[in-house]
Design a protein around this ligand. Structure first.
Ligand code: PRP
Length: 180
C-alpha cells in the first residue's frame, strides 16, 4: 500500500467484480442497441475503460472536461465546459460516466446540457457516490459504491493530480492534505 494511504476502501478485486455487475445491468438495459459513452475527464478514465470492455453492444466513446471552477469557456449553465464532445449525440443513447458524485453540481449541469442536445436517452453511471455531500438533487442511474464523506484517491481519483494510478481506492491520510 502507498505510504500516503490510510486504508484501502475498495480493492482491485472489489472494483473489478462490481464493474462486471454494472456491465451486466447495462447490457440488459440497452439490449444490443448502440450507445455513446461520454467520460468526464480525468477521474473517470480507468473506470470507463474497464467498463466498456465488458459491454456487448456497439459503443462509441468520447470525453468532456467540465468544471465548476476556473476561467469560463463555454457555459452549460453552472459548469464550464473546457472540452466538449465532438460526436453528434442527437437521437443517440448517451451514457455519461463519472468517477464520483460529490455535491452533484457537475452532473446536474451536464444532464441539462445533454437533454438540450436532444439525446434519445440519457443515463448516468458513477463508480462512487458520496450522498452526504450532495447539494443538487441529482441521482446517478447506476452507482458502483456509496462511500462515506472521506478523502479518497486512486483508480483515477487524485489529490493535486497524484495517486490516479493506484489500482485501488484508498482513503488519503489526513496529514497529506492538511499539510498542503
Ligand atoms: C470531480 C469528479 C466530478 C466532480 C464531482 O472532478 O470527477 O467530475 O469532481 O464533483 P461535484 O459532484 O461536486 O460536482 P474534478 O473536477 O476533481 O476533476 P478530475 O476528474 O480531473 O480530477
Amino acid at each position: 500500500m502507498h505510504a500516503d494511504i490510510e486504508k484501502i476502501l475498495l480493492s482491485e478485486t472489489q472494483i473489478a467484480a462490481r464493474i462486471t455487475e454494472l456491465a451486466c445491468e447495462l447490457n440488459n438495459l440497452y439490449k444490443g442497441e448502440a450507445i455513446c459513452i461520454v467520460g468526464v475527464l480525468k477521474g473517470s478514465t480507468m473506470f470507463m475503460m474497464d467498463l466498456i470492455r465488458k459491454l456487448d453492444m456497439p459503443v462509441k466513446f468520447d470525453f468532456m472536461i467540465a468544471s465548476s471552477y476556473g476561467e469560463r469557456t463555454i457555459s452549460a449553465g453552472c459548469v464550464n465546459i473546457y472540452l466538449d464532445v465532438r460526436m453528434d449525440v442527437t437521437n443517440e443513447h448517451v451514457l455519461l460516466v463519472e468517477d464520483i458524485i460529490d455535491t452533484g453540481n457537475t452532473l446536474s449541469c451536464l444532464k441539462e446540457y445533454f437533454i438540450s442536445k436532444q439525446a434519445k436517452s440519457f443515463n448516468i453511471i458513477t463508480l462512487l457516490d458520496k450522498p452526504e455531500r450532495r447539494v443538487k438533487p441529482i441521482k446517478a442511474d447506476y452507482v458502483g459504491f456509496k462511500i462515506p464523506d472521506q478523502f479518497v484517491v486512486g483508480y483515477g481519483l487524485d489529490y493535486a493530480e497524484k495517486y490516479r494510478n493506484l489500482p485501488y481506492i484508498g482513503i488519503l491520510k489526513d496529514s497529506v492534505w492538511q499539510d498542503n
